[in-house]
Design a binder for this molecule. Structure first.
Ligand code: TXA
Ligand code: MG
Length: 341
């Protein structure tokens, strides 16, 4: 299959919009940028598209997709029994990096929701994504645009690497501004966070005026509420170990693991460059700027594959709620191999 690459400016060209609309209505796939990560998009209303998404991504078909809309009021077409608290949160945070789990209406096929009666819905805050959805006149089902198990894509080169020849079109939107997938919150009953993101628990609680539950760090072996929680995620090819706590102990730990048969690398915030200077290093941003680190984290994991690293040590400590969301991804990337020092 030949993959056509579109540029951001093409979304202002009626002929190109028409071509993209035709592709999506024909159940073909279009990879598009959002503010969080790139999405692997298809027609959310057609089971054929859902199947094509699972196939292109290599994802088990019980892991449901997020339905992306361009107008907040469209949520009423695809979901029912929406609570006033949920509507309040949507009014505050949409368009933006938060996805709501709601009871689905009949128009959403079970293939899109992995067989569930609930549906995940998000209105992204990205001009290209919004123009694509509006132009297609369809809700777009899209998981993160990565081959299942790999780190999510936050740059055009990642999606091109994973999907060239596997989808009909890719839209180059440059680097994703947020870099972590959206916060997922189940609002079918008492609001419960299933995945942390840039919209934090505190931000949600401030709007609602009460405490919400957070189940996002449930390990895969435990009872999971979101199917996405039980699969391997974000894994580079090399083995990942997450180091936390004392910096010098972390340095000594990594030194002790030196093995001439393995290619090793360290991922850490900029401030620790001098500490780990004897290792192959991938810096991820200012330790006091969790948003910068969030933006760089998936790219750093993908770089490990590009560099053919066998053993990856990540030194990172949780400092605030955005870094908590980063840590959630790192725990998964490491398969929960965490060493507290
Ligand atoms: O930022 C994002 O959310 C990106 C962009 C493209 O919008 N999308 C994304 O999709 O991260 P994906 O498929 O990689 O993650 C969706 C998560 C999965 O963990 C999935 O299990 C969960 O949302 N999810 C989807 N529908 C659900 C449902 N009905 N009930 C519970 N969890 C659901
Ligand atoms: Mg994903």
């Amino acid at each position: 299959m030949k993959t056509i690459v579109y540029q951001t400016k093409d979304l202002d060209n009626p002929d190109k919009i028409k071509s993209l609309k035709e592709l999506l209505n024909d159940n073909k796939l279009v990879v598009f940028p959002t503010e969080t990560v790139y999405g692997l998009g298809g027609n959310a209303l057609n089971p054929v598209s859902a199947k094509a998404i699972y196939e292109a991504k290599g994802r088990p078909s019980d892991n449901p997709l997020i339905v992306h809309i361009a107008r907040a009021s469209d949520v009423f077409l695809y979901a029912k029994d929406i609570s006033s608290d949920a509507l309040n949160l949507m009014a505050h945070f949409w368009p933006g990096p938060i996805t709501f789990i709601l009871n689905k209406t009949e128009v959403i096929p079970k293939e899109t929701t992995g067989g569930l009666d609930t549906v995940a819905i998000r209105m992204p805050n990205h001009p290209v994504a919004l123009k694509l959805i509006e132009g297609a006149k369809l809700p777009i089902a899209a998981p993160s645009a990565n081959i299942s198990g790999r780190p999510s894509s936050t740059e055009f080169k990642h999606v091109y690497e994973d999907f060239d020849g596997r989808v009909d079109a890719v839209i180059d939107g440059g680097q994703s501004i947020i870099g972590l997938e959206s916060t997922v919150i189940d609002v079918t009953a008492k609001p419960t966070i299933l995945r942390p993101g840039a919209i934090t628990k505190t931000m949600i609680e401030t709007v609602l005026g009460y405490k919400v539950e957070d189940l996002s760090n449930t390990k895969p072996t435990e009872q999971v509420k979101s199917p996405g929680m039980k699969y391997t995620h974000y894994k580079p090819k090399g083995d990942v170990v997450l180091l936390q706590g004392n910096l010098i102990k972390a340095l000594n730990y990594v030194k002790a693991q030196k093995d001439s048969n393995l290619k090793m690398a360290v991922i850490c915030p900029n401030q620790y460059e001098h500490v780990f200077k004897d290792f192959r290093l991938r810096l991820i941003g200012n330790v006091n700027n969790s948003n910068e680190i969030a933006r760089n984290i998936f790219t750093s994991l993908r770089d490990m594959d590009e560099w053919h690293i066998d053993k990856i040590y990540i030194y990172y400590n949780q400092t605030d709620e955005v870094s908590y969301a980063v840590m959630n991804r790192l725990l998964k990337a490491s398969g929960y191999q965490v060493i507290d020092l």
